[in-house]
Design a protein around this ligand. Structure first.
Ligand code: ZN
Length: 69
């Protein structure tokens, strides 16, 4: 007798690919931004604090303007 089992691949990691920075001091990957602030209407600044070494830094992200015409 031959039993056919349908192999269902389940991926355990469901983490989406987000542009997360790494700590410039200990190279640890940041998980979530501490806070965010808008510098301009399409520029947002994120404050990151490293959980490993406590280093804090800011990244600026330019967002694509959603144009409705
Ligand atoms: Zn660090």
């Amino acid at each position: 007798m031959h039993t056919t089992t349908t192999s269902h691949q389940t991926t355990s990691s469901t983490t989406p690919r987000v542009d997360l920075p790494t700590c410039p001091v200990c190279a640890d990957s940041m998980i979530a931004a501490e806070s965010s602030a808008f510098l301009a209407e399409n520029v947002v600044s994120y404050l990151w604090t490293c959980d490993t070494c406590g280093y804090g830094f800011v990244t600026n992200h330019t967002m694509k303007k959603i144009t409705c015409s």
